[in-house]
Design a protein around this ligand. Structure first.
Ligand code: TYM
Length: 349
C-alpha cells in the first residue's frame, strides 16, 4: 500500500486509514466482488485500519422498495462477512446509522460547486435524458460520498475504476474546504484502483460495465448465483471465434475475451499475462469450462456462507449496529470539529 498522501504538500501526516462503501441497491455482482470486496479483505488482512459501509442513504437516490432495501442491506452485509470481512478487525456498518455522514454532506453541499457535480459522468448516465425528474439526491450524491470518506479522515479508498471521478471530486472538496477555512483539516485521499479486475464488463457486451442494474441477469454473475447458474452464464458469455493470443496486446480489440481473461486472473490471483501463458492458442471451448470451474470453486463457499448468515438476520443487524457505534466514535469528533471550523456554535452539554 502507498504511503499516506503527500499531495497537497502542506497536509499534515494522517494515519493510514482505509474507507470504502457499496450500495445495497440490489444484489452484489462479480464486479463488486473482484473490483471492491475482495480488495477490502486484502486491505483488512494487511493490518491497516479498515472501515466498510453499506451506503443505504446513497441507495435511495433512486427509488427503493423499503422491504427490499432492508433485505439487500442485510444480504450485502452477509456478502462482506462471507467474503472474509471480520467485524472484529474491520468496522462494518450501514451508513444511515451514523448521522455524521449526512451532516458533513450538508457542509460539502456548500463547498462543492454546481459545475463540478454537473460534470459527473455517473449522474449523466443515471439521470439519462430525464434530468428534470432525477432526485436532488442523485445530483448531490458525490458530496455524500466525500462525506463518507472524510468524516473518518480516511486516507485510502479502494474502489473499481468507475468511482475514480468521484474520488477526484472528494479531493477537490477537501482542498477547497482546507483552502477556504485556512486549515489543513481534511486529508487528500488516494484512490486505490488496483488489480486485474478494476472494471469487470458485462458478459453480454464487453464494452459495458457489469452492473446490478443491467436488465439482463445473464450479463452478470451475482454472489447469490448457484454453481449451475454461474457455469451457464459463463458458457453463454459472448466471445469471438479466435483462440487466445500469447500476449496481452492481442486482446486490445477483443473486449469480451479480455474481460474473461481478466476475470480469470482476478479469481486466480495471477496476472492476465500468466493466464495467457497457460491458455495461449486455446479457444473458448477450452477456456470457458476452466473459467467456470474456477469461478464456482471461488464463489461457492461465499454463496453458501451468505445463505447461512441470512438465516439469522437479527445477528447481521447486531453486527451492523456494533460497527455503527465504533464508526460513530471516530466520525463524531471529526464532524464536531468541522462544524466549529465553519463557525457553528456547539454549546450543548
Ligand atoms: P457501487 O455500489 O456501484 O459499487 C461498489 C464497488 O464495486 C465496484 N464495482 C466494480 N468494480 C469492477 N467492475 C465492475 N463492474 C464494478 N461494479 C462496481 C465500484 O467501483 C465500487 O468500488 N459510490 C459508490 C459507493 C460509495 C463509496 C463511498 C465508495 C459511497 N460512498 C465512499 C467508496 C467510498 C458506488 O455507487 O459503488
Amino acid at each position: 500500500m502507498t504511503e499516506a498522501p503527500q499531495t497537497s504538500g502542506t497536509t499534515p501526516a494522517f494515519a493510514p486509514r482505509v474507507f470504502s462503501g457499496i450500495q445495497p441497491s440490489g444484489g452484489l455482482t462479480l464486479g463488486n466482488y473482484l473490483g471492491a470486496l475482495k480488495r477490502f479483505v486484502e486491505k483488512q488482512d494487511e493490518g491497516v485500519e479498515t472501515i466498510y459501509c453499506l451506503v443505504d442513504l446513497h441507495a435511495i437516490t433512486v427509488w427503493q422498495e423499503p422491504a427490499k432495501l432492508r433485505h439487500a442491506t442485510r444480504e450485502a452485509a452477509a456478502g462482506f462477512l462471507a467474503a472474509g470481512i471480520d467485524p472484529a478487525r474491520s468496522i462494518l456498518f450501514n451508513q444511515s446509522q451514523v448521522p455524521a455522514h449526512a451532516e458533513l454532506a450538508w457542509i460539502f453541499n456548500c463547498v462543492a460547486r454546481m459545475g463540478w457535480l454537473s460534470r459527473m459522468t455517473q449522474f449523466k448516465d443515471k439521470a439519462g435524458k430525464n434530468r428534470e425528474n432525477a432526485s436532488v439526491g442523485l445530483f448531490a450524491y458525490p458530496n455524500l460520498m466525500a462525506a463518507d470518506i472524510l468524516a473518518y479522515h480516511a486516507t485510502h479508498v479502494p474502489v473499481g475504476e468507475d468511482q475514480k471521478q468521484h474520488l477526484e471530486l472528494t479531493r477537490d472538496i477537501a482542498i477547497k474546504f482546507n483552502h477556504d477555512y485556512g486549515i489543513e483539516f481534511f486529508p487528500i485521499v488516494e484512490p486505490v484502483i488496483e488489480g486485474a479486475a478494476t472494471r469487470v464488463m458485462s458478459l453480454r457486451d464487453g464494452t459495458k460495465k457489469m452492473s446490478k442494474s443491467d436488465p439482463s441477469d445473464m450479463s452478470r454473475i451475482n454472489l447469490t448465483d448457484d454453481a449451475d447458474a454461474i457455469a451457464q452464464k459463463i458458457r453463454k458469455a459472448r466471445t469471438d471465434p479466435d483462440p487466445l493470443p500469447e500476449a496481452l496486446d492481442g486482446l486490445s480489440e477483443r473486449p469480451e475475451a479480455r474481460n474473461l481473461v481478466n476475470i480469470y486472473a482476478a479469481l486466480a490471483d495471477i496476472s492476465p499475462a500468466a493466464v495467457l501463458q497457460d491458455f495461449a492458442g486455446q479457444g473458448f471451448g477450452a477456456f470457458k469450462p476452466a473459467l467456470a470451474d474456477l469461478a464456482v470453486e471461488k464463489l461457492r463457499p461465499i454463496n453458501s456462507e451468505m445463505a447461512r448468515l441470512m438465516d439469522d438476520p437479527a445477528e447481521i443487524d447486531r453486527t451492523l449496529g456494533g460497527g455503527a457505534e465504533r464508526a460513530e466514535a471516530i466520525a463524531r469528533p471529526i464532524v464536531e470539529r468541522c462544524f466549529e471550523i465553519t463557525g457553528m456554535i456547539r454549546s450543548r452539554g
